[in-house]
Design a protein around this ligand. Sequence first.
Ligand SMILES: Cc1cc2nc3c(=O)[nH]c(=O)nc-3n(C[C@H](O)[C@H](O)[C@H](O)COP(=O)(O)OP(=O)(O)OC[C@H]3O[C@@H](n4cnc5c(N)ncnc54)[C@H](O)[C@@H]3O)c2cc1C
Length: 509
Amino acid sequence: MGIPQTMNVVPKEVPFDIFIGTYREKLKELFSDESTVERLRVQRRFPDSFLSEVRQCRPLSTFISKEYGGRGGHVHEALSMLEESSYQSLALSLTFGINGALFLQPLHRYGDAGFKQRVYNDFISGDSLGGLMITEPDYGSDALSMQTHFTDTDSGYKINGTKHWGGLTGMADYWLVTARRKDEADQLARDIDFFVVDVRKDDQEIVVEELFQNLGLYPIQYGRNLIDVSVAADQRLNPSSTGIKLMLDTLHRSRIEFPGMGMGFLRRMLDEAVQHCKERFVGGSSLFSYDQVKSRLSKIQAYYTTCSAMCAYSSEHADIQNDLSKYGLQANVIKSILTDFMQTASQSLLQLVGAKGYCLDHIAGSATVDCRPFQIFEGPNDILYQQISESVLKSMRRLKEVNLFSFLSKYDLSSRASQHVKEILDFIPDRQMPQRHLVELGQLLGRLFSMEFVIELGDRGYRPSLITNCISVLSEEMERIASSFSSGNLSDPTEDYLVDSAWLSFVRA
Ligand SMILES: Cc1cc2nc3c(=O)[nH]c(=O)nc-3n(C[C@H](O)[C@H](O)[C@H](O)COP(=O)(O)OP(=O)(O)OC[C@H]3O[C@@H](n4cnc5c(N)ncnc54)[C@H](O)[C@@H]3O)c2cc1C
């Protein structure tokens, strides 16, 4: 079969290498046009014509099963599509990531069969977009305390509340909106329910009260939304047990699929850094020849390898049929480590490029602000690191194991990686560990579990020099974290710090 110009042919019938090759070429063509790139840089919303053109290749068909006209929902295909997108634009990749992981996949797993058919048609044959609204102005990390609520009506449900920061605000046609049931005594239930809202329908319009001036990711709109809608009974998702479990399954799947977005982004950071350092001469030598520069490049390369290993792991474990509600540890490790690596890589590229990189129209500058919120959304990384530690310490208590290395050397996510860093793991963790140490321990454990993914990838024949470099970079980072962890510094901030602290009054004139 030749390479089609677009995917107007049914995408499920196109072999994957042709499908992804066509998509790659389409993006290359679009992003080689300076005026398109300039428009994406300054416009606070994807131009409709741009998204329509990209979607001629049917990228979202990778998230949809064959029975609904998609390519089958294979994770490796979706991750590859996200990778191609993020090589050119992180905002584009996040747009498709939101649509896939935060809308189409939960709809697939929990949506009403008849309702799904209509929605999927809009995504396969049309250009519909979907998103997820969980966060509220007063409830972000503490999402389970959300105040958006629903009550029963004769034909379905009425939902009221205020949501903000939903990616694609004012752009998506469909929203998954979370709410708690309000009873007759005005009490809110503890559980959370999910509803699909079609904003093009009467009674389902979501009013955008304000659009935010988001720092990066310009083509994606964010804002504050007023929810006052009525939906039909078949627009409520059906959890297999509780709504909270549905939410965990959805968020864990999304976090586990982050490496698709990270992969193209890190590859781009690496390509840009290598090219710049080869071409730039400082003090008569190529930047590439300086030792500190090599150190930065080898770290970005290690992050690229780690992300590759995560992609392989996710492809084999996040099948749409699997309930991922119990995959909290893996999901938290992948999301937090990867997004920290994305930010470190872009900061390093910006450092290497120098002043020229400190511009919104340079990839180093834009990449740094674009990837920053990945450390905040879908679980702020500080909280995820704490949860990683708590999960490991809980398992140790259950097994009555007190030594960290003894536990990790028998644990399937770290049995081999732990042998590389035995000395730093060979201690008995304090049961009353302060939160800041739990966070640091989480950063260390996250790198350890990531190293296990890397070792596994190495077993399969992945380039040995990249595996060796990656293990060495991750080990070094773990050593650094362990030394700050063992320093025992528990300093507290002084609240009224201005008292007796004006430096000028201490100058001896
Ligand atoms: C670009 C972007 C895209 C987003 N996309 C979406 C979306 O599509 N849908 C959606 O529903 N929401 C979205 N969000 C919202 C995002 O999920 C929330 O911002 C996030 O959950 C954090 O909530 P918050 O901003 O209210 O911060 P808060 O809950 O106020 O937390 C702020 C910070 O306080 C610290 N903190 C909080 N709790 C603790 C604790 N227990 N221990 C220690 N430190 C703590 C952390 O450092 C945290 O980052 C998006 C946000 C951004 C910036």
